[in-house]
Write a protein that binds this ligand. Sequence first.
Ligand code: AP5
Length: 220
Amino acid sequence: MRLILLGPPGAGKGTQAKHLQDRYGIAQISTGEMLRAEVAAGSPVGHEAKAVMESGRLVSDDIIIRMLGHRVEQPDAAKGFILDGFPRTVPQAEALERLLAEKCMHLDAVIELRVDDAVLVARISGRFTCNNCGAGYHDTFKPTARAGVCDVCGGHEFIRRADDTKETVAARLDAYHRQTAPLLPYYASRGILRAVDGMADIDEVARQTQMVLSGLRTDI
Ligand code: AP5
């Protein structure tokens, strides 16, 4: 199964992608996480991406398309994948279409997580992640069961993203509406766009996503 999760920053793409990865055993491919790893490693790509990401703008299509091309060739993506944060522009979507066609593959669905802009700032500003295992939490919507202890690995160190400031979130939302939202009619015209109410709580969004996927004719 090959899916795209599409939605604005904070819509819940990463949260739902992890659910799907656990449920179906297919790879979550997050271009945002890949870029943050490049920044942390101090690589040339990381150097180029850092300031762009912290300003809330999009990293160049060239860099992203090259990075994604390498990633989907990894063995863990052979069975299928969930794209989280890619594509984000029409040129990226076109590049993906070419890449999949070369491999005689196709996309099964594009799932749009619909969330009003007003709640996104609250979601993003409350987000934190375990520094050891990467499990994601939220101060209000998904706190750890025991304060200061990761539910998954028992870790005690948590991090907040450098681009999760109020100002940067506004720029990221603007980039979403100008550059990414045009992908909705792009995929609707291909008959593979499905919408889920991303305003519902995390479990309900997972249930609705599950319903959409159970209607697809795929092997997984
Ligand atoms: P990226 O890392 O992709 O960030 P994003 O798209 O802005 O999305 P987020 O990770 O902020 O949100 P999400 O939808 O995954 O929400 P989450 O599940 O965490 O990109 C970062 C930057 O990298 C970009 O700005 C850009 O510069 C660059 N970049 C990346 N890909 C690129 C590309 N393809 N092209 C160019 N540049 C690229 O949820 C958010 C919070 O809300 C969490 O705390 C969660 O617990 C909570 N939550 C989730 N769902 C719910 C719910 N239903 N109810 C209540 N709370 C919820």
